[in-house]
Write a protein that binds this ligand. Structure first.
Ligand SMILES: [Ca+2]
Ligand SMILES: [Ca+2]
Length: 214
């Protein structure tokens, strides 16, 4: 077992906010030189930190990017005491800032309506993780304001599936603690109905971490 107490910023990516539907611009996509550029309202800056402290997830402050998929059901070794290891979904915190950059377009609140997570791994032989979609979260982004909120990084069903895949031999990763990347795509609309999306990603490790002390 190993315990990684680091909790750190893994990546900061920023993407130009762009319009998916451009009815007045002949189908431009917002690429440099296209007509779509005049439909760009601003820049979204997004950063994501796995396993940070929040009220409902306070014990995850010590877990950082280390995702435990093997629960110890008897931490003290005494079957007469009920002391299972903490085992819930592993969250991440997202900070998003909307910065208006086009004086010709009125600044507007943007509403994040949901997000999707696609998982990749560069560890040879590591089991895949099925994509995750959440459409139940509504987040309001105000211009020039940082908005922080919490998202799932690995839910319980995916943790259990990973444990099964790592236990029964169908997948045999090169490393005991395979590394994954969670690629988040947040999508939504501004208050004028224009669609947008932004992408941010973070790395994490999967294995048998000892969180009995949390
Ligand atoms: Ca464990
Ligand atoms: Ca016990």
């Amino acid at each position: 077992m190993k315990n990684n107490n680091s909790c750190f910023l893994v990546s900061v990516l920023f993407f130009a906010l762009f319009s998916i539907t451009l009815p007045a611009c002949g189908g431009g996509t917002g690429n440099p030189g296209s007509e779509g550029l005049d439909k760009t309202w601003g820049i979204i800056t997004a950063e994501i930190m796995p396993g940070v402290e929040v009220s409902d997830y306070k014990n995850f402050a010590a877990q950082g990017r280390s995702v435990d998929v093997f629960q110890n059901h008897d931490c003290d070794g005494n079957p007469e005491s009920n002391d299972p290891e903490l085992f819930t979904e592993h969250p991440a915190r997202v900070n998003i800032t909307l910065t208006p950059s086009n004086d010709n377009i009125p600044t507007a609140e943007h509403i994040i309506e949901g997000y999707r997570i696609d998982y990749t791994t560069e560890t040879p032989g590591a089991p895949p993780i099925q994509s995750f979609t959440s459409g139940s979260q509504t987040i309001v982004l105000k211009p020039d304001t940082e908005t922080s909120f919490y998202v799932v990084m690995v839910d319980i069903s995916r943790k259990i599936k990973l444990a099964e895949d790592l236990t029964y031999g169908q997948y045999q990763p090169q490393y005991q603690y395979p590394t994954y990347t969670a690629i988040y795509t947040f999508y939504g609309k501004d208050i004028h109905g224009n669609s947008f999306q932004t992408v941010v990603q973070t790395n994490f490790d999967v294995g048998d971490y000892d969180y009995c002390s949390l």
